[in-house]
Ligand binder design. Structure first.
Ligand code: SF4
Ligand code: MG
Length: 288
């Protein structure tokens, strides 16, 4: 049986000391070990950003793609090899700004991939610009007066797009992260996990110190993840702490439902028309 360390490559992370992404890397290797995944049967796909460097530090197969393009590449891998575990490791800027156009379609099609978003509410690699999840009035190198944009709600957004598994966890809680990542990988269908992963170098507001004592596990508080309405209700409280310093930050599994995956639907189409080779035969067979 493999141990978490067996899933690490020999490349040492170049993240700053104290970066939340170290914890995420530890949780991913723990989750892989506890699920007994074989490294050669896992594919990590990332875009660009501090968090998108994560696949370099793992031993499994990986593709470091263009900025915001991890999801379409991951879908291609999954459709070609449905037997593999496919994981996107991304960040708030990569996923919700540059690559945002891919999210609704991956979610509504229910492609069986797992998207892990390390959300530090800032662009770190390009040295401190506000991101889609930055709180209002956060200072950045291009917003010396503070951000005037309202933040995007990652949980509510992915629920609205039709994701069949939506969760949030926190880089300061290794046990919770490992549990949620395992559940997301086990889920058959599109799973999304927002991981609050502080950037101590550039975001001096949303720090480990800030989140300490604020994060609350909604499942322990009685939230039922099978209810879409309940999930939306809790999701709308996700950003309350930006406006009310006393408000808790919800973590846990917001929503989980089992539905037919995109690969299963593709397999049905192939089974129906796959034996035909002549184009006219295929067109005729597809006529209603
Ligand atoms: Fe982590 Fe921020 Fe440093 Fe990037 S800049 S490695 S997100 S601490
Ligand atoms: Mg970021």
């Amino acid at each position: 049986m493999l141990k978490p360390a067996d899933y690490r490559s020999d490349v040492e992370p170049t993240w700053c000391a104290g970066c939340g992404d170290f914890g995420v890397l530890a949780a991913i290797t723990r989750a892989f070990a506890e699920l007994g995944l074989e490294p050669h049967r896992v594919v990590s796909v990332s875009g660009i950003g501090c968090s998108s460097r994560l696949p370099l530090f793992l031993k499994n197969y990986s593709i470091h793609t263009l900025h915001g393009r991890a999801i379409p590449v991951a879908i291609g891998v999954k459709l070609a090899r449905p037997d593999l575990t496919v994981i996107v490791e991304t960040g708030d800027g990569d996923l919700f700004s540059i690559g945002a156009g891919h999210n609704p379609h991956a979610a509504r099609r229910n492609v069986d991939i797992t998207v892990l978003c390390m959300d530090n509410q800032v662009y770190g690699l390009t040295k401190n610009q506000v991101s889609p999840t930055s709180r209002e009035w956060l200072y950045g190198s291009l917003t010396p007066y503070g951000s005037i944009d309202r933040p995007l709600n990652p949980i509510a957004t992915m629920l609205a797009f039709g994701a069949t598994f939506v969760a949030q966890t926190y880089a300061g809680n290794l046990q919770h992260m490992t549990y949620v990542i395992k559940e997301a990988i086990k889920h058959r269908g599109f799973s999304f996990v927002n991981i609050i992963s502080p950037c101590p170098t550039f975001n001096r507001v949303d720090t480990f110190q800030y989140y300490k004592g604020k994060v609350k596990d909604i499942n322990q508080l009685g939230h039922d993840p099978s209810s879409y309405e309940a999930a939306l209700r809790v999701a709308f409280h996700d950003l309350d702490h930006y406006y009310d310093p006393e408000a808790p930050v919800p973590i846990g599994i917001f929503y989980r439902v089992q539905m037919e995956t995109y690969e299963e639907r593709m397999a049905k189409v192939k089974a129906r028309y796959g034996g035909l080779e002549d184009l006219q035969e295929i067109i005729d067979a597809c006529k209603p």
